[in-house]
Design a protein around this ligand. Sequence first.
Ligand code: SAH
Length: 217
Amino acid sequence: MADLYRHRGLRKALVDGLRNKGIDDERILQAIMNIPRHLFLDKAFADWAYKDVPFPIGHEQTISQPFTVAFQTKLLEVKAKDKILEIGTGSGYQACVLVEMGAKVYTIERVEALFHKTNKLLQELGYGMVRTFLKDGFEGLPRFAPFDKILVTCGATAIPQSLKDQLKIGGYMVIPVGQGETQEMIRLTRLSETEFQKETFGLFRFVPFLKGLEKLH
Ligand code: SAH
C-alpha cells in the first residue's frame, strides 16, 4: 500500500494545522506524521484523510477528527510502556497513535465486521502488536486490568463503573460524556481505591457508546 511523497506533504500540513490549534506535544505530532492516515479510509476518500475532519468508515462509524485524536491523546499524558485500554477501535488509527508513542495498547470494538477489517489493516501496516478484542466495551478487559490509562472514543451517557474499577491508582481515564448530541470531554484521575478526581475539557461530538455486540449476519 502506497505512502507517497504527496501524502507526506499533506500530513505535514495537517500537523502544522494541529500545532496552530494548540497541540504542542511534539511526540503526538510526530506520531501523526508517521502514520499513513489515508490508508485507514476507503481508497476513494483518501484525499479526505489529511483534512482535520471526522470521516465515515462504514457500519455507521467514523474515524475521529485528527484534532480530537490529538486532544484525547494529550489528555492521556502517554508515557512509553503505558498499558492503555481503548474502547472503540473503529479504524484503528487512534490505537496506532498510542503505539507510536511507545504504549502497549489493548483495544475493544463491538462491531464484528469492523473488528475483522481493522485487524487485517493493522497487520498489513505493521501494527500487529495492537491487541484487539471483539467485545462489549462496557465490560472492559478484567483479565488484563489494571490499566495505566483508559481511553473511550465513543460518546457515553455515564462513566461505566467497570472501567473505573480497571484503572490503576494514579491512572487517567479520558471519556466523552453527555446525554444529547454532544459530550463533555472528561478526564478522571484515580486518586485511591475509592476516590476519583474529575476535570472537564469542553464539548465534542462522538458516535454513541452502545451496549452489546453487532455480529456478522
Ligand atoms: N478510535 C476510533 C474511533 C472510532 S468511532 C478510530 O481511531 O478510528 C467509535 C467506535 O466505538 C466505533 O467503531 C463503535 O463501533 C465503537 N463502539 C461503540 N460502542 C462500543 C462498545 N460498547 N464497545 C466497543 N466499541 C464500541
